[in-house]
Design a binder for this molecule. Structure first.
Ligand SMILES: [Fe+2]
Length: 190
């Protein structure tokens, strides 16, 4: 695999004399295949992936409810709770996908060249969403602290931009990633 940062395409190492040595992936020992049973002895990988997708959909529902409640009907304590959960929920799901799902797909479907571009795009969207999640947490927290003087319209726009983008990402993974992982699970059961 070659997408960053979990799968660096090359390893640049600078020596004391200023010389830079670039180690390409082909020169490295290949990683051992990851089996689904080793990752999840009790639950299938498909079930674990669906669980992560469901957690993110639940987050989207909570954020949509907050957006709908703006500007006057906000439950401030609940909003703070949701704000604090955004980054953790997103990062937990991304960690699972990037460290379990993507390597599994790369190793078992290496003859599908289109998959590389797909995983690169999903990885980039993860990176964008994590950055957006931190900003959204900060804006939500600020809004609750400052109250009515804040710009509810801008916050609503930001909330909808986040959860609508995340829903598109999740729908794509449900349609294109889940079936491949389910195929792997089935092949491991045989
Ligand atoms: Fe994802």
């Amino acid at each position: 695999m070659t997408f960053l940062p979990q799968f660096p395409s090359e390893d640049r190492r600078e020596h004391d004399d200023g010389a830079v040595v670039v180690i390409h992936p082909a020169a490295k020992r290949p990683a051992p295949p990851v089996s689904a049973s080793a990752v999840a002895p009790d639950l299938s990988v498909t079930a674990l992936l669906r669980r992560q997708l469901a957690c993110q959909r639940e987050l989207c529902r909570s954020l949509e409810a907050i957006a709908d409640a703006l500007p006057d009907n906000l439950d401030t304590q609940h909003t703070l709770h949701v704000a604090r959960s955004i980054g953790a929920t997103i990062r937990k799901a991304h960690h699972f996908e990037e460290n379990t799902i993507f390597p599994l797909l790369s190793q078992h479907f290496e003859k599908r060249p289109e998959l590389f571009g797909t995983l690169q795009r999903l990885h980039y969207e993860h990176w964008e969403d994590e950055s957006f999640a931190d900003e959204l947490c900060e804006k939500l927290t600020d809004y609750v602290r400052r109250g009515e003087s804040s710009d509810a319209e801008a916050l609503g726009y930001m909330l909808r931009g986040f959860f609508e983008g995340l829903r598109r990402h999740l729908a794509f993974e449900e349609e294109h990633v889940v079936p491949l992982i389910a195929e792997l699970d089935r092949s491991n059961e045989r």
